[in-house]
Every structure is written in structure tokens, then in C-alpha cells.
Design a binder for this molecule. Structure first.
Ligand code: FAD
Length: 439
């Protein structure tokens, strides 16, 4: 879609860090000396790692969380804060692969993760602007609108979600644009300030007695009998159990997992503040928004309702926020031409993890407990599966999920460098463009 504008539409004080970090600066945590031994070492301090650590520490085990960067350096403080049911393949596809019973279980896990997050932030009193905003999922051509409407009318029995169609004639009540052909509102989908959510989880984890050490990459690991010795940037630590919570940042430390996740850059911008009348016209219901393009756009108002936060996948090969910002801005301007002159205040990116079967995975292999592969939709799911993972580490029955023992696939010759991605994104972008003009 994007046509580049010149000069780049950056505000003079543009920041190339997430919008969320202004309100929630990166936490200052004591770094100090690592303990020589712990019961459980959690590698990665995003939602997955913290949610697991919360369960484990409350279960009475000594728990150390480490991160290569600041706490929450990865996607968990960089995302759009849209909370959905996360599971991408539909029931029919899942039933074909796994049988009807398992498929229904997996779809329900998606629904559970959405409901669970609302209950969790309320129970833990985490102030993160959680709001059941509803998602407007917009059709980028008439055929997609028909498909969405059909899907809503024929939801599998027992797995129905609250949703209604919005024909193009009524679209302006949802979104001030003519760029779409109507869409569907998923009524229970929600939004949060992801930085606040992460900070709240971090505080609960510290209160539970776990230690969280930033700038402490795990660089090597060996198994000795029933336990592990892990080399880190701050020395060695022995652990009886390990949780790997590295998602799109999974690296050479865990080659088996690295062969199973495909890291993909996801990019966002925040606009400067808009006039209240413009926000009311463009996003009258303050919903979160996504569209039916294969190379999807997702956007929403900021929690204070003054800016638009706009995200998507912009590049065939990975790029950086100075390049991605103007591209996203050009795409946003095609949806809302009236704000083409509004500038970018923040431009940033993070790495999400896709999988070959488009499902997230949780399990244990050779003593390493893991949950990852949220395919770009992990705000609810990473927090939920991280919780289940923590319960599994404690050996508790409530940790069981419908995703357990769903085989975690790789492909021959794939070692963690997604060489096949550039052509496929190129193809999808071309297809989106054709489908968009196929009116
Ligand atoms: C721009 C963007 C927008 C997004 N928008 C949405 C959205 O609107 N809704 C949604 O549901 N999802 C969204 N996502 C995806 C979502 O943010 C992720 O699925 C989720 O945060 C994953 O959490 P995690 O804890 O598993 O991984 P992360 O938060 O990425 O954490 C992994 C951590 O592991 C650490 N690490 C890696 N290797 C090591 C090592 N060897 N030693 C120590 N630490 C290590 C990394 O430093 C990192 O902090 C978005 C992602 C991005 C980037």
C-alpha cells in the first residue's frame, strides 16, 4: 500500500522507542550478584516469563528471572495492547488436523485467555487501562466482507462468540473511513496499556519473592543429572528446573526451540495528539481495529484517546523504525486521508514468533519448560499460557491445557533464519493489493 512521503513525517522530538515507555519507564532493578543456585530459573521477562514466575514463586520455590535486556525488553512492552482470542486457525481447520474434541479445546483456550486476562488484572489490581473495547475487524474487499458475515452466521455450536456484522453503509459509526467494505465487531475483545500490564506483573512477581535480574543474557546451559548449570552474562547459576520464555527472541541457547519459531518484525507508530473532534470522527466507538489483509494492519486510540497507535508488518527484510515509520504513516494516511499531515511522535518495532502450524505451543522437552509461538497475538495468551506453564512446573493439575502434546513442528533445513519469509510476504502484499483493487 505505502507510497513514501518526503520529508519523513516525524515530529521534531520523535522517539524511536515504544510510546508506552514514556508513561512506564524501563524499570530500574538491582543487578548485583546472582544466587549460586535456585529452584527455578526463568529465561525471559515478558508476560510468559513473569506469569510463570508468579505461579512458581507463590508456590514456594526460589525463583530467578533473567533477561538479556531490561525487564520486559521484548514484545511485552512494545505491542499494540489489543487483546483477542489469539488462536488463528479456525475450528474446521483444527478439527481436520487434531480431531473435533481437541480442536474445540484449542478454540476454548483462546476464549479462556481473553476472559482470564480481565479476571487476572482485576484480581491482582493491576492498573493498566484494561477495557472491553470490542474489535472492529474490517473487510478490505467485498468478498472478505461476505466471508466474515458467513463466518459469524455459521459459528460452530458451543464455541460461539459475541459478534455482529457492520455493513459498509454503517461503517462510519465504527470508523471514519471509506477504505473498507464493512466488517465485524467482536464484542468481547479488549485493550490494555501493555507497558502498565507488564509493570503490574513485575511488581506482583517481586512481591511474591522472586528476583528479576536485567542485562543478564543466558549464554550457555548444561544438564547435570536432574538439574542444570546455566552460564549468564553475570556468572553461573544452578537450577533444578528451567523455564524458557524467549518467544521471538529465542536464540542459539535453545536450538530445538529456535528451529520451531519464526521471528518476524512487527512495527508500530504513534501519532502526535489529534484534535478531540478528529478522534471522535475517526474512531467514534474507541474500538481496537484490525483488517482482513494477509499482511494485517492493527490500530487503536491511545488509552487517553488522543492519538492513534498504528501497527503492521512493513518490510520484506527486517528494517528499523526510521524506515518503517514513514511507511506505516503512508498506510495510515490512506485509511484516514484527513490526518496525512499529522506527524509521528514514536516509531518502534519488536520481534514476534510465528510457528509452522500457526499455533502457540506449551510443553517440556529434556527438562526445559517452554511456552511460545503466539503468532503476533500474545498479550492475553502469553500471560495465560505462562500461568499454566508455571502451574505445570509445580506439577499442578490446573496447569493442563488443550495445547499440551500438540506436536511442535519444524521444517527440514530450518535453523532459525527465516529465508522463506521475504518471498511469502512479497506474495501476500501483492495479493492484498490485487484483492483491494478487485472491487
Ligand atoms: C509491535 C508489536 C505489536 C504487537 N501487538 C500485539 C497486540 O496488539 N496484541 C497481541 O496480543 N499481541 C501483540 N504483539 C505480540 C505480543 O507482544 C507477544 O506475543 C508477547 O508479548 C510475547 O510475550 P513473551 O513474554 O512470550 O515474549 P517477549 O515479551 O518478547 O519476551 C521475551 C524476552 O526474552 C528475552 N531473552 C531472549 N533470549 C534470552 C536469553 N538468552 N537470556 C535472557 N533473556 C533472553 C528477551 O530479551 C525478551 O525480553 C505485538 C508485538 C509487537 C512487536
Amino acid at each position: 500500500m505505502h507510497q513514501l512521503v518526503n520529508p519523513p513525517p516525524f515530529a521534531p522530538d520523535v522517539k524511536f522507542t515504544p510510546y508506552w515507555w514514556d508513561r512506564t519507564p524501563r524499570p530500574a532493578l538491582p543487578e548485583g550478584k546472582l544466587p549460586g543456585a535456585v529452584d527455578v530459573l526463568v529465561i525471559g521477562s515478558g508476560y510468559t516469563g513473569l506469569a510463570a514466575a508468579l505461579q512458581i514463586a507463590r508456590g514456594g520455590r526460589s525463583t530467578l528471572v533473567i533477561d538479556a535486556g531490561d525487564a520486559g525488553f521484548g514484545c511485552s512492552t512494545r505491542n499494540g495492547g489489543q487483546v483477542s482470542t489469539s488462536v488463528k486457525p479456525g475450528f474446521a481447520e483444527l478439527a481436520r488436523r487434531h480431531g473435533a474434541e481437541r480442536a474445540a479445546g484449542i478454540v476454548r483456550e483462546g476464549q479462556n485467555s481473553l476472559a482470564w486476562l480481565g479476571e487476572f488484572v482485576a484480581a491482582e489490581r493491576i492498573e493498566c487501562d484494561f477495557r472491553i473495547a470490542g474489535r472492529f475487524h474490517a473487510a478490505h474487499n467485498p468478498a472478505q466482507y461476505e466471508m466474515l458475515a458467513r463466518r459469524i452466521a455459521t459459528q460452530p455450536k458451543g464455541l460461539e462468540v459475541a459478534a455482529h456484522v457492520v455493513p459498509r453503509a454503517e461503517q462510519h459509526a465504527e470508523l471514519g473511513t471509506d477504505a473498507y467494505y464493512g466488517g465485524v465487531v467482536y464484542e468481547r475483545h479488549a485493550c490494555v496499556d501493555p507497558g502498565r500490564l507488564h509493570q503490574g506483573m513485575l511488581e506482583r512477581v517481586l512481591e511474591a519473592g522472586a528476583r528479576v535480574v536485567p542485562h543478564c543474557a543466558a549464554t550457555g546451559m548444561r544438564r547435570e543429572g536432574a538439574s542444570f548449570t546455566v552460564e549468564t552474562a553475570r556468572g553461573q547459576v544452578a537450577a533444578r528446573q528451567i523455564v524458557v520464555a524467549t518467544n521471538g527472541y529465542t536464540g542459539a541457547l535453545t536450538p530445538w526451540l529456535r528451529r520451531r519459531v519464526i521471528p518476524i518484525g512487527s512495527y508500530m507508530i504513534a501519532t502526535e495528539e489529534l484534535a478531540p473532534e478528529a478522534m471522535a470522527r475517526l474512531m467514534p466507538r474507541r474500538r481496537i481495529v484490525s483488517d482482513t489483509r494477509k499482511v494485517v494492519y492493527y490500530y487503536r486510540p491511545s488509552p487517553d484517546g488522543r492519538r492513534i497507535l498504528f501497527g503492521g508488518r512493513v518490510s520484506l527484510s527486517e528494517t528499523e523504525p526510521r524506515v518503517s515509520g514513514p511507511r506505516l504513516h503512508a498506510d495510515l494516511s490512506q485509511i484516514f486521508p484527513e490526518i496525512a499531515s499529522v506527524r509521528i511522535s514514536h516509531s518502534w518495532l519488536g520481534f514476534v514468533a510465528y510457528t509452522f502450524d500457526q499455533l502457540m505451543h506449551i510443553g517440556e522437552r529434556e527438562g526445559l519448560h517452554y511456552a511460545m509461538g503466539y503468532c503476533g497475538a500474545g498479550v492475553g495468551m502469553a500471560s495465560y499460557l505462562g500461568t499454566r506453564l508455571g502451574q505445570q512446573v509445580l506439577g499442578r493439575a490446573e496447569g493442563a491445557t488443550a495445547l499440551d502434546e500438540v506436536g511442535f513442528q519444524t521444517r527440514p533445513f530450518y535453523r532459525g533464519n527465516p529465508w522463506f519469509l521475504a518471498p511469502s510476504v512479497f506474495y501476500y502484499r501483492w495479493r492484498d493489493r490485487r484483492a483491494g483493487s478487485d472491487r
